[in-house]
Design a protein. Structure first.
Lengths: 147, 147
DNA sequence: GGACAAGTGGGGAATTGTGGGGAATTCTCC
DNA sequence: GGAGAATTCCCCACAATTCCCCACTTGTCC
């Protein structure tokens, strides 16, 4: 299982390609085969899950009861945005047009490692997200991990 | 498991490298493989966790439910600043640019051993932190450890 | 004072990030 | 079904950054 951490601000080239930082690439397990499932994240960003992690998530979803409207809505939303993308020889992935629009990404992208996934943000959108944080880091840490 | 103690004031060279004191290096366990995870600490300093200690911390975080907004905020904040750095043959680590800016570190750094982690501070920031202490050392000891 | 360990700074090799061209494939229209 | 346009994929070269090695200075101990 991968463990992504760190941040990098990279360019998105004219073809919609963006590099995944070398350390995050190194964190991929062989089971991922250099491939991510890219999908809509929460808070207006893009999530990238390594292939093996995504398969685990799909197995979780497969257990949901499809006779529930709410479940169907959730599954539909999660999967309609999902697309499989492979790293090229330079360690880049192509961003899909709908996801670039959703996340407001144009020429620059902020890439953040978040444990089992990689997040891709528009830098300005991320700055706004930080400003809107209801709690500072120390308070958050105490709330979540303070017991 | 490591047990870091002591303090040292060292230079940060033009490439952002700073030495870890020899006694702290000696305190590392073989499981750490001469590698730290460097991340944002509380109160504007940098934390360095030996690799084995960091893995224990990640295992705690991996158990959090990612469908909770607050948990996502916390994990994002904690991991975006984290980066794995290895000691070079001279016992130095490269400070990452975002963390140097966060901690206000330029040409000098104060390195403090704090049990399972090493802290790196800007010397002036640390002096200000000490001045702002609401309680002196003896009072603090009684509050925290006095029972 | 001398030997050794630890801290300091710099050069150049290796790796990573960036942008572009053209071949191959897919999509659209007639 | 075929032609042409659009998109995707593969390869390449160059710029920028990181890593590895080395030498020198300073500090400590005998």
């Amino acid at each position: 299982m991968a463990s992504f951490k760190g941040q990098a601000a990279y360019s998105v080239d004219g073809k919609g390609r963006v590099a995944i930082p070398a350390k995050m690439r190194a964190a991929l397990s062989p089971e991922a085969k250099g491939t991510f499932t890219m999908t809509r994240g929460f808070e207006r960003c893009i999530f990238l899950y390594p292939l093996d992690e995504w398969e685990r998530m799909e197995a979780d979803i497969a257990g949901l009861n499809m006779y529930s409207r709410q479940n169907r809505d959730f599954v539909r939303s999660m999967l309609m945005w999902a697309d499989e993308v492979a790293l090229d020889a330079q360690g880049r992935v192509p961003l899909t047009r709908p996801l670039m629009e959703y996340a407001g990404i144009r020429e620059r992208a902020l890439i953040i490692g978040a444990l089992e996934r990689v997040e891709i943000w528009d830098p300005d959108a991320f700055a706004r997200y930080l400003e809107e944080q209801p709690a500072d880091y120390e308070t958050l840490a105490e709330r979540v991990m303070g017991g």
